[in-house]
Design a protein around this ligand. Structure first.
Ligand code: XMP
Length: 511
């Protein structure tokens, strides 16, 4: 995003940093997160209109406290420090940061000086989220106080001359009333014109991709998910038939899904599309396998093999397109915890293929921005708002060994569940909902006959980040309808259960 005005967010490892970036973008200004130790030379190169220091878990007094190069304050670029950011600015300019007896956490009324440009348009008291132990108890030189609470004598500072500001509370979270307006006021202080939006993104990306790729060839692994679909359409707009998309249909997609994806890309976009129907290959490899991680590994490896074979047929390609998005970029590199599941993304693995460079046209976008870009490009809503679907597909929703018959049972049942959820208007409210074919058989009675058939589990969750999730309180009437339709319409299912565990302790998928 070379031509756009930018806000640079210096990351001190606070938990809400992505939110800060989003709030800035919601104000139509492009923002980027970089680590706190970015050099001043690099900042000059980027030439942001403003800089935000995030919060973070450290104390400015701790041994390895993250610090910035003080020359940053001489660049004449407006700065806003949030929480730790405020404390760092205060310490730098000779203020004092004290340790509180107890941690202040929660939403509370903050007295604010609404004559400050940072609080323009506010009442003189505003509910804000405070979460901190340290606090500033002596103003730094050249700053005035613009906010305080009963427990925190200095909750906001300003040097209007140099346009350096600091606040103890978090404007980026919804708990802070009108927090986005504080960010917006800071953007005014920075003199931002607010021209960033998805249509300018599309325009600029197409131009940049054209320049970069020219007449060379690019290859894209299309999964039918929103990220790879948007990436493919963007590339198609830039380089037309020089893009080839390979859609490996492993037969583990939901009912009709493969055909729907194919239809959109062939009919609506006239994209060079190779669909590989590889179900038999995948099922043969998966036969008798029950262990979830083995399933993932087999599918990941087989995917690469199929993709490689197809890519070879196309001949030389210079670029491989990937649908990496901004949260993936930020999260990679940060220390990862224990592996719970290996999360094979079958769209993103082919590093054996012969190409020179990877293109990631969405690496600056958050998920909701990818969706907006998709709509901007005319991709149908059902694809743009498709719920996340795991790369290994239904293989990890058929518990135990996978057979064609079990897959078909699951596809039908899952389809009915999705249909009823959509009818009830819950499809955008629930973040993920699907059926799982358990490996359990139980006795039932149908008419006068005894049955001995599968138990199907329904799963639906609400979540914002998929790291934690709450089981969804779907109204009983809807569950009842789904249950009765499935046992009546899908052969070999005679019992339905609803999963009422959240994550943690369960995970969203069963395997
Ligand atoms: P869990 O089950 O770990 O799932 O709570 C969190 C999110 O990740 C998805 N998921 C996967 N996605 N490959 C993927 O691309 C995988 O192997 C995989 N396993 C789980 C899951 O659907 C949920 O959205």
């Amino acid at each position: 995003m070379k031509d756009n005005e930018k806000i640079l967010i210096l990351d001190f490892y606070g938990q809400y940093n992505q939110l800060i970036a989003r709030r800035v973008r919601e104000n139509n200004v492009y923002s980027e997160i970089v680590t706190f130790d970015i050099t001043v030379e690099k900042i000059k190169e980027i030439a942001p209109k403003g800089i935000i220091f995030t919060g973070g878990p450290s104390s400015v007094y701790s041994e390895n406290a993250p610090k910035v190069d003080n020359k940053i304050f001489e660049l004449g670029i407006p700065i806003l420090g949030i929480c730790y950011g405020l404390q760092l600015i205060s310490q730098t300019f000779g203020g004092n940061v004290a340790r509180a007896n107890r941690r202040e956490y929660g939403t509370m009324p903050v007295n604010i000086d609404n004559t400050s440009p940072l609080f323009a348009g506010f009442e003189n008291v505003n509910e804000c989220l405070m979460t901190h132990s340290d606090f500033v108890d002596k103003l730094p030189a050249g700053f005035k106080k613009i906010a305080y609470t009963d427990d925190c004598p200095i909750a906001g500072i300003a040097d209007d001359e140099r346009k350096i500001y600091g606040i103890q509370f978090h404007p980026e979270v919804n708990h802070t009333k009108n927090g986005i307006k504080i960010i917006s006021n800071f953007l005014d202080i920075c003199g931002c014109k607010r021209t960033w939006n998805m249509s300018s993104f599309v325009e600029e990306s197409v131009k940049a991709l054209k320049e970069k790729i020219g007449d060379k060839k690019a290859l894209c692994a299309l999964s039918g998910g929103v990220d790879s679909s948007v990436a493919a359409v963007l590339l198609n707009k830039a380089i037309g038939k020089n893009l080839t998309c390979i859609f490996v249909d492993h037969g583990l997609l939901r009912k009709n899904e493969g055909d729907e994806v194919e239809k959109v890309f062939r009919e609506q976009y006239d994209i060079n599309l190779v669909r590989v129907n590889a179900k038999d290959r995948f099922l043969a490899k998966l036969a008798g396998i029950t262990e979830p991680e083995r399933k993932r590994k087999i599918i990941g490896e087989e995917f690469i093999r199929v993709f490689e074979e197809e890519a070879k047929k196309i001949g030389k390609v210079e670029f491989l397109v990937q649908g990496t998005i901004y949260p993936d970029v930020i999260e990679s590199g940060v220390g990862k915890g224990q592996t719970i599941k290996s999360h094979h993304n079958v769209g993103g693995l082919p590093d054996y293929v012969n190409f020179e460079e990877i293109v990631e046209p969405l690496r600056d976008l958050f998920k909701d921005e990818v969706r907006k870009t998709g709509l901007e490009l005319g991709i149908p809503e059902n694809l743009v708002y498709r719920q996340p679907f795991p790369g290994p597909g239904l293989a990890i929703r058929v518990i135990g060994d996978i057979t064609d018959e079990k897959l078909n049972i699951l596809k039908e049942a899952d389809y009915i569940f999705r249909e009823e959820i959509a009818k009830a208007g819950l499809d955008r409210k629930l973040n993920q909902y699907f059926a799982v074919l358990t490996n359990l058989k139980s006795v039932g009675v149908m008419g006068d006959e005894r049955t001995y058939d599968y138990t199907l589990a329904l799963r639906a969750v609400e979540t914002s980040d998929f790291m934690t999730a709450t089981w969804a309180r779907i109204p009983y009437e809807i569950l009842e309808k789904v249950s009765s339709r499935i046992v009546n319409e899908v052969k070999h299912i005679n019992r339905i259960v609803y999963d009422i565990t959240s994550k943690p302790p369960a995970t969203i998928e069963w395997e």
